[in-house]
Ligand binder design. Sequence first.
Ligand code: NI
Length: 168
Amino acid sequence: MTVLEILTIPDERLKQPSAPVESFDDELRAFIADLEETRRAGPGAVGIAAPQVGRFQCILILDVSKTKKPVPNHGHLVLVNPEISHWEGYEIGREGCLSVPDYTGNVIRATRIRLKAQDPFGNPLEYAMEGFEARAAQHELDHLDGLLFIDRVVSRRTDLFRRKVYQK
Ligand code: NI
């Protein structure tokens, strides 16, 4: 497996929308293994999306189970062609991103979502998510539309915070 290079701002490729996956083959699964290796090599990342390593396909990995936040979650998830079918509530919360290494920011997200996706073999998946897992999923799905959390902060003056150290 390979640790892939992560694109960081201001790389324009991060704005490129991703295309759906159509071939659920060994090459896809090998890429997903590399993407996971890359996520784990990063500093405390709860999620990673394929376009962050320059592959513009709708693939993401999410795992909020290792964080300190005591919230319900589904553990380690590989989501291919994810789509949110339902949003409910909203709350503000702090986010960070491997592609924005120097900042965190306050972003408004839905509190609860329903999400449909496929696994790496093309089988259908469906989850109800809430809290931090729902937030992380919305953040990762944004990457597939070429959006970063810094595009969603209410005010760059008051809602962006410079990191001292990328914390685990
Ligand atoms: Ni991100």
